[in-house]
Design a binder for this molecule. Structure first.
Ligand code: UGA
Length: 461
């Protein structure tokens, strides 16, 4: 099928490249010309594991192309996936102006019937508005517009794999024609008949995804309700972690035990510095606002948000407890991306942490395997190290902020030697408390009992 994707960000680029991988002919457009130039030069504007290979292969084979002219998307595609951003407004509501603009453009440019698919995360009832805009601005075009919602459940860092091996494909439609078209688009995934680029063709056997057909309103609601529930789970784990710390229990044992109940499930129970990224925080806010505007007080979600905000303040207080005075201290920060395997720093816990520590007058030295360029844009004065060892040299404390696998494998004995004070605050429970203690570190993590270091006098809270 000829498919257009409007918006070549994390979602659009992964969607476009993977649809091409499934055999469709895909045109990806973005009105940011520099992004399209980068793609045309064979480079990616983002870091997403495996995506470079999929883009490169499909570009070479002629199934994937890019354009800075979104009007081409409207004329060339039989199906048009809208993947533009829906950032938060100051009120917390999702800003839908890009969706509106794209809908008007499609309506005025299209010359034949189109299936318009919303992939961007939008509040329920956006599909209805989208249909109205298409009909009103497209009157007289002779084209008929079908609208569908097809929310994405891609996680940054594993997005290619998530697209090709999803646990569910949700489509919200209002007629059978749209359902059939979307079924045709996803048939290779449903039948698992494609050469998987992630596992080089040899995918581990996995059950086929659930194919869920709903109304458009329900599909939109499924997306917001899913992300908000994930946010709730994380905040819950973080509260239990705080309690475990006070009671001398180990959060990892506790959440493992809790998660063994299949009604609860084991995933998304990792405590830490809270959830960040461009999805969970903004979707939670938008969902709360959607509920409010419809007379539903979703207070439990506001509480999940409050708990999340509190994580960084709590972490800074723990650091103060260990260091006593923060002002003038040299602190190493390992990890800036909002999670491992991405270069994305949008709403990352690191941002708030940097701001707070800078306000306290500490001297920071930061390092991340992928996010250095992006953090420099946001904090031009931040002292950026070339690697973890440089960041740690002479530091009074080292903070682990993102759970990059490469941090686990560092030569921690060398870091111990190089630090002015061998204090590690592990905000992601990445390292083993026993191993760090054996190396002589003063080591604190989240919700796990502190092990006293040889000769240490326990300072009572
Ligand atoms: C999230 C959802 O997981 C995807 O299903 C969804 O498609 C996507 O948002 C979206 O709406 O586009 P993503 O933002 O890539 O995906 O990241 P997650 O893996 O969900 O992590 C979000 C944040 O929660 C990260 O900061 C992560 O460190 C944190 N987290 C996650 C925890 O603190 N604990 C956990 O147990 C899991």
């Amino acid at each position: 099928m000829r498919i257009s994707v409007i918006g070549a960000g994390y979602v659009g680029l992964v969607t476009g490249a993977c649809l091409a991988e499934l055999g469709h002919h895909v045109l990806c457009t973005d009105n940011d010309k520099s992004k399209i130039d980068t793609l045309d030069r064979g480079k990616l504007p983002i870091f997403e594991p495996g995506l470079d290979r999929v883009v490169e292969k499909n570009r070479k084979q002629g199934r994937l192309s890019f354009s800075a002219d979104p009007a081409r998307a409207a004329t060339e595609g039989e199906a048009i996936f809208i993947c533009v951003g829906t950032p938060p407004l100051p009120t917390g509501d999702a800003d839908l102006s890009s969706i509106d603009r794209v809908a008007q453009m499609i309506a005025t440019e299209a010359k034949s019937d189109k299936l318009v698919v919303e992939k961007s995360t939008v509040p329920a009832q956006t599909g209805q508005q989208l249909k109205r805009v298409l009909e009103i601005y497209g009157r007289g075009s002779g084209a008929r517009f079908r609208v569908a919602s097809n929310p994405e459940f891609l996680r940054e860092g594993t997005a290619v794999s998530d697209f090709l091996h999803p646990d569910r494909i949700v489509i919200g439609v209002s007629d059978e024609v749209a359902e059939k078209q979307l079924h045709e688009i996803y048939r290779p995934v449903l039948e698992q008949k494609f050469h998987c680029p992630v596992h080089d063709g040899a995918c581990p056997p996995s059950p086929p995804p659930a194919w869920l057909v709903t109304t458009i309103n329900s599909a939109e609601l499924i997306k917001h309700a899913s992300n908000s529930f994930l946010a709730l789970k994380i905040s819950y784990a973080n509260m239990v972690a705080d309690l475990a710390e006070k009671l001398g229990a180990n959060i990892e044992e506790v959440m493992h035990g809790v998660g063994l109940d299949p009604r609860i499930g084991a995933h998304f129970f990792r405590p830490g510095l809270g959830f960040g990224g461009f999805c969970l925080p903004k979707d939670l806010q938008a969902f709360v606002r959607l509920a409010e505007r419809n007379g539903v007080d979703f207070a439990m979600l506001r509480e999940a948000e409050r708990i999340n905000h509190q994580r960084i303040a709590g972490f800074v207080e723990k650091l103060r407890h260990s260091l006593w005075v923060l002002k003038g201290k040299q602190i190493a920060m390992l990890g800036l991306a909002f999670k491992a395997n991405t270069d994305d720093i949008r709403f990352a816990p690191s941002i708030e942490l940097i701001k707070r520590l800078q306000a306290e007058g500490v001297r920071l030295s930061a390092y991340d395997p992928q996010a250095m360029e992006k953090i420099r844009e946001q904090f031009p004065d931040l002292n950026c190290a070339t690697d973890a060892y440089e960041a740690a040299r002479g530091a009074d404390a080292l903070l682990i902020v993102t759970e990059w696998e490469e941090f686990r494998k560092l030569d921690w004995a060398r870091i111990h030697k190089d630090m002015a004070r061998p204090l590690v605050m592990d905000g992601r429970n990445l390292l083993s408390a026993e191993a760090m203690k054996a190396l002589g570190f003063e080591y604190h993590s989240i919700g796990r009992p502190d092990l006293p270091v040889r000769g240490e006098t326990k300072v009572l809270a």
